[in-house]
Write a protein that binds this ligand. Structure first.
Ligand code: KIV
Length: 252
């Protein structure tokens, strides 16, 4: 069980693999912590699975602050990583200011999407003393520019760009980086090249750890689940059953 980000290099070297899940509220944060999860991510995926938005581009700093504070109130041990939402890090100054606001809510680190193109922001965050987690590969905040969610690492040009992004974030001092929807061999290659811990999602099993969106594994968001996320419970089914049972009892 991780209790500090400073344990990450040891875990990368000696294992076991790092298990990460998302949380957006107090009870989920508290339960993940009590279950022994290594790291908790307050992901901007909350835009879809909590707020019903079509993608993450509608997520605001105000939303991230409320959810980060709620999660952190429930967590005693696991480091909490908070996402910087779309357009909250347009300049290095804005990135640092918004990172500080998330840290004041109790986060242990912040994450933003991008590689070489985000280096000024990444360096400014790290220089201000805030632990930083990168996110490369498929970038959900760029869904509109990209015209959809597309796997990365399929062409030699994409592979070169992914490697350059990973190395840039690593040299800047990222403690970890999410590798999202990357061809597995490329994710494994990046993992071997960088000091930072790689946390994969839809990127095969060769990374240092894995992250999933908690409602996907709980089956609590039944309207969409990515193919790589195995539902390990049927919370939606149980909710429908309990509500229907209550309805019948009240109406009887
Ligand atoms: O927002 C999120 O939940 C994420 C994960 C998918 C890595 O960034």
């Amino acid at each position: 069980m991780l209790s500090s980000l400073s344990d990450l290099p040891l875990r990368k070297q000696h294992g076991p693999k790092i298990a990460v899940l998302t949380a957006y509220d107090y009870p989920t944060g508290r339960m993940l912590d009590e279950a022994g999860i290594d790291l908790i991510l307050v992901g901007d995926s909350l835009g879809m699975v909590v707020h019903g938005l079509p993608d993450t581009t509608g997520v605001t700093m105000d939303m991230m602050l409320i959810h980060t504070a709620s999660v952190c109130r429930g967590v005693k041990r696991a480091p909490v990583i908070a996402d910087l939402p779309f357009q909250s890090y347009r300049t290095p100054e804005e990135a640092v200011m918004n990172s500080k606001r998330l840290m004041e809510c109790g986060a242990s680190a912040v994450k933003l999407e991008g590689g070489v193109g985000m280096l000024p922001q990444v360096r400014a965050i790290i220089d201000s003393g805030i632990p930083f987690v990168g996110h490369i590969g498929m970038l959900p905040q760029s869904v509109k520019e990209e015209g959809g969610y597309k796997k990365k690492g399929k062409t030699s040009e994409q592979i070169d760009r992914l490697i350059a992004d990973a190395q840039a974030l690593d040299q800047a001092g990222a403690v970890a980086m999410v590798l999202e929807s990357i061809v597995p061999d490329v994710a494994t290659q990046i993992t071997a090249m960088v000091k930072a811990s790689t946390i994969g999602i839809g990127a095969g099993m060769g990374t240092d750890g894995q992250v999933l969106v908690t409602p996907d594994i709980l089956g609590s968001f039944p309207w969409f689940r990515p193919p790589f996320a195995k539902a390990r419970a049927d919370v939606a089914g149980e909710t429908l059953r309990a509500v229907r049972e209550y309805l019948a009892e009240v109406r009887a």
